[in-house]
Write a protein that binds this ligand. Structure first.
Ligand code: FAD
Ligand code: FES
Length: 394
């Protein structure tokens, strides 16, 4: 900015002050109800919002779809088809978060009845949050959540017009959102969803998806188990099958359980595609950290002390060697921001002040500088000794 000289600047400032006073004096006494800047900021960067469960219904015999709306009745923020929501749950003394791909289309957030839906697989009595969602969550419950996380979405500047989506199990959810958006003419791509399932009645969300099949949305089910009546593709998703449904220039999106990824990494190797054409969604925490290369086996089964530093406040909590630092914090009811729980997003970035940790080699999304300066992503770091950890104050 140009400095015009002391007297001119003071004169200018006093003219602005007078103009402001006059604008305030002449303003309408009726309070402003609509603030467009605030509305745009909320739509783009809403942060954590209060949600209420307005519907729960079966998606098939193993999954339930949960509808969420803003507790204050506002329109939900924008997101891109394929992104996930992070939901917070208070379960007993634990304060935990989990990511869920949004199974409804972005178009469902438009209008009065603005909502998002997630489709959650049953935990069969073995999983902590899934079981809570299945057995205890009910219509009218309040949850907080962050809508629209992750970069698993179609981007026309980067991706090809022809998209082949490969899904397994509940990994169909981001593609259900994309398919609805394409069918409504809001996403200009040609989408083929190849879905691997054991039997045809295992297909999740089929009642919602079947009517979307059309000019630009195609479904290929690949059945791997005993299913005598099945007429379509059989076996596992192989390189040949992927090729059969591909165009010359195709972008591939993959979402499913970790074993499916291990199988598909090999199949994609056979296709020898440019890396930018194949996108895998993050898969969450690894099942057994002790099986990864370099993990010191003597740590298995041990429990260590985790000193948690938040500003001047310190707590000492137990942390099991087979659980990440983020899980230990959540078990103790200490809030830690998490998003992907796969080491990618950096929401849970924390600093190790002392002690040793093992960072999951398949979930180490840290920046080089963070590695040099002792930062870890708490969702992907496992204790090998007593640890002192500085976490962001929330
Ligand atoms: C990007 C993304 C999208 C996803 N989308 C979907 C989806 O659409 N649908 C779906 O069903 N799932 C989805 N998931 C998986 C989902 O996030 C959860 O992993 C899944 O619901 C299972 O969670 P869980 O806690 O029940 O079980 P687990 O993931 O197995 O978690 C159990 C964890 O909880 C810890 N734990 C056990 N007891 C406690 C306690 N008392 N306090 C604190 N922690 C404890 C355990 O140590 C363990 O680490 C997605 C995951 C990712 C990464
Ligand atoms: S939650 Fe994403 S990096 Fe830890």
């Amino acid at each position: 900015m140009k400095v015009k000289g002391f007297l001119k600047d003071v004169g200018g400032a006093s003219r602005i002050t007078k103009a402001r006073i006059s604008a305030i004096d002449n303003a309408s006494p009726v309070p402003v109800k609509v603030d467009p800047i605030h509305e745009v900021a909320y739509a783009l960067h809403p942060g954590r919002i209060e949600l209420v469960v307005t519907d729960i219904r079966p998606a098939n015999s193993t999954c339930k779809t949960v509808r969420l709306q803003a507790a204050d009745g506002r329109r939900l923020p924008l997101f891109r088809a394929g992104q996930y929501i992070v939901l917070d749950f208070q379960i007993g003394d634990s304060l935990v978060s989990r990511p869920y791909s949004i199974s409804s289309a972005p178009l469902c957030t438009v209008g009065e009845d603005s909502f998002v839906e997630v489709t959650v697989r049953s935990g069969d009595g073995k999983l902590f949050v899934s079981d809570y969602v299945w057995n205890e969550l009910k219509v009218g419950d309040h949850l907080s959540g962050i809508v629209g996380c992750g970069d698993f979405f179609y981007e026309p500047l980067r991706d090809a017009y022809h998209v082949v989506a490969l899904a397994g199990g509940v990994g169909i959810t981001p593609f259900a959102s994309m398919a609805a958006e394409v069918a409504a003419g809001r996403l200009d791509i040609d989408l083929t969803i190849i879905y691997g399932a054991q039997r045809h009645d295992d297909i999740i969300l089929w009642k919602e998806l079947a009517p979307l099949e059309g000019e630009h949305v195609h479904f290929v089910h690949v059945i791997s188990g005993e299913d005598p009546d099945w007429q379509g593709e059989r076996g596992f998703i192989t390189a040949e099958l992927i090729k059969k449904y591909s165009h010359e220039d195709t972008t591939y999106f993959v979402c499913g359980p970790q074993p499916m990824y291990l199988h598909l990494y090999k199949e994609f190797d056979k296709l020898d595609l440019p890396a930018r054409r194949v996108r895998f969604e993050v898969f969450g925490p690894v099942k057994d950290i002790s099986q990864y290369e370099g993990y010191p086996q003597e740590a298995k089964g041990k429990t260590f002390a985790l000193t948690v530093v938040r500003g001047i406040h310190e707590d000492v909590i137990p942390v099991r060697a087979d659980e990440s630092l983020a899980v230990a914090l959540e078990r103790a009811g200490i809030r830690i921001e998490t998003g992907c729980r796969s080491g990618e997003c950096g929401f849970c970035r924390s600093k190790v002040l002392s002690g040793h940790v093992y960072v999951s080699p398949v979930s180490d999304g840290r920046r080089a500088a963070d590695k040099d300066f002792g930062y870890v992503h708490a969702c992907a770091a496992y204790p090998l000794s007593d640890v002192k950890l500085k976490v962001p104050i929330l």
